[in-house]
Design a protein around this ligand. Structure first.
Ligand code: HEM
Length: 465
């Protein structure tokens, strides 16, 4: 039975809780159905463990922003905690170790924004390769999945390790291979069963593969850097962290090499699928909404006239492009259930009582298409981000990066990538839907990140190029 004044939800079965009420393969539709029955804040039992699902902007802000400290924890007893050996930043609990690492990452990423070898340069370094690949595919059906995945991976590698990797490089193949496999396990029924039924955790079941993968990943990650770094002259994020370790000397607090290994893997993981799936969603819509693509191109041509390349600052002269990118993020709903949170103390939300340690699932998708928050909640329409004067504006319900103290740490990098990649490619190429490809299917494949179904597009050089 639910505790007194706990959010309502479907009847709870012994041992199983509510796991039969939701599809373990894709719970999003079930979450929507349950919201209709039980309201914006309801509860589900994953086996014996209660979870509270938060839906809609009002409840999301009430938790993530107005009661930020109460809701900024991360659960510590899930399958994914085991896979990260309780290190890194994404899953770190709310406390001094998380705070120090988050602050360090934000500061380091901000510093990379400036000067020689800036973030923009690092992103352009990779865009060159994307252009080269598109040029070799002119006129033929081309599947962009792998290309954008590798590009996003390489951009974050430029930041972390100061270099990109050829697409068949063994180092990156191992990282990507292990992550892909772990993401599949973490999304699949085995992880859900691991979390719901503690008695099966010691058994030799498929989830054990994920723990082995992480050991394989961490091994050897820093070897090359340690050999080649010049203290005090950092080339990249890893060097900056090592300098910080030197600076801290005997008293490193929460900083350590083990932390750095998991931190780097965290950032690579968080920065790859998210960005690449958003870009893929962008090209899926742009190639099937040619009139929107053309309007973007007209604006790009005029805003960048006489310029070699776009800079992130140019976005201020491109309200339509900005609206399109934000609308892509809205419909992409790339991280639909955010990262799970946890209450840090006994608290209240929308009149319900939530004890300390309650697992919280922020249903970001429910805000991104919430009736009443958007002019056109259920269609792809950049007007959602344009006001009567045709200026770009950002409705409060735009929360693909979540909100509050745990919100995405890579937001500024991600926004820069989306802008520079989309603008540069749209300036040079036209993207069309192949005539024989049938109706486009916009329904994504469910996972920690939503992925568009594989598709082909036809790339041609624009007349003006
Ligand atoms: C379009 C791209 C991206 C989207 C939609 C996205 C979305 C998100 C979301 C929804 C969260 C969870 C926030 C929460 O728990 O409340 C998150 C966390 C995080 N993201 Fe992103 N992200 C993107 C790109 C990136 C990039 C490029 C990086 C790498 C620098 C990154 C690093 C992180 C980290 C480290 C966290 C954990 C923050 C913490 O727990 O304090 N993300 N992101």
């Amino acid at each position: 039975r639910r505790p007194k004044n706990f959010p309502p939800g479907p009847p709870i079965l012994p041992i199983l809780g509510n796991i039969l009420n939701i599809s373990l393969e894709n719970p999003l539709k079930d979450f929507e159905r349950l919201r209709k029955s039980y309201g914006n804040v309801y509860s589900l039992y994953m086996g014996p463990k209660p979870a509270v699902v938060i839906n809609g902007m009002e409840a999301m802000k009430a938790a993530m922003v107005y009661k930020a400290n109460d809701f900024a924890g991360r659960p510590q007893d899930l399958f994914i905690n085991e896979t990260t050996q309780r290190k890194g930043v994404i899953l770190a609990d709310y406390g001094p170790g998380w705070k120090e690492h988050r602050r360090f990452a934000l500061m380091t990423l901000r510093n990379f924004g400036m000067g020689k070898n800036s973030m923009e340069d690092r992103i352009y370094g990779e865009i060159k390769y994307v252009i080269r690949q598109l040029e070799t595919s002119i006129g033929k059906p081309f599947s962009p999945q792998l290309m954008f995945h590798n590009a996003a991976s390489n951009i974050i590698c430029q930041v972390l390790f100061g270099r990109r990797f050829e697409y068949d490089d063994n180092f990156i193949k191992v990282i990507v291979g292990c992550f892909t496999e772990n993401a599949k396990i973490a999304n699949g029924p085995w992880a859900m069963l691991y979390d719901s039924l503690p008695m099966i955790r010691g058994l030799p079941l498929p989830f054990n593969k994920a723990f082995k993968n992480v050991e394989k990943l961490a091994k050897g990650l820093l070897v090359e850097h340690k050999k080649t770094r010049v203290p005090g002259d950092p080339r990249d994020f890893v060097d900056c962290y090592m300098d910080e370790l030197d600076k801290r000397g005997e008293d490193p607090a929460s900083f350590s090499e083990e932390q750095l290994r998991m931190f780097a893997l965290d950032l690579h993981f968080a920065g790859t699928d998210t960005t690449s799936n958003t870009i893929l969603t962008g090209f899926l819509y742009l190639s099937t909404y040619p009139h929107i693509q053309e309007r973007c191109q007209q604006e790009i041509d005029s805003a960048l006239e006489g310029k070699d390349r776009a800079s992130f600052d140019d976005r201020h002269n491109m309200p339509y492009m900005q609206a399109v990118i934000h609308e892509v993020q809205r419909v992409a709903n790339t991280v639909p259930l955010s990262v799970f949170h946890c209450t840090t103390k006994d608290t209240e939300l929308m009149g319900y009582s939530l004890p300390k340690g309650t697992l919280v699932i922020p249903n970001l998708g429910s805000v991104l298409n919430e009736e009443g928050q958007w002019k056109f909640p259920n269609e792809f329409n950049p007007e959602n981000f344009l006001n009567d004067k045709r200026e770009f504006f950002k409705p409060e319900a735009f929360m693909p990066f979540s909100a509050g103290p745990r919100m995405c740490l890579g937001e500024s990098l991600a926004r820069m990538e989306l802008f520079l990649i989309l603008v540069t490619l749209l300036r040079k190429f036209k993207f069309s839907w192949p005539e024989d490809a049938g109706e486009p299917n916009y329904a994504p494949v469910y996972g920690v990140t939503l992925t568009p179904k594989p598709y082909n597009m036809i790339v041609t050089l624009r007349d003006s190029q």
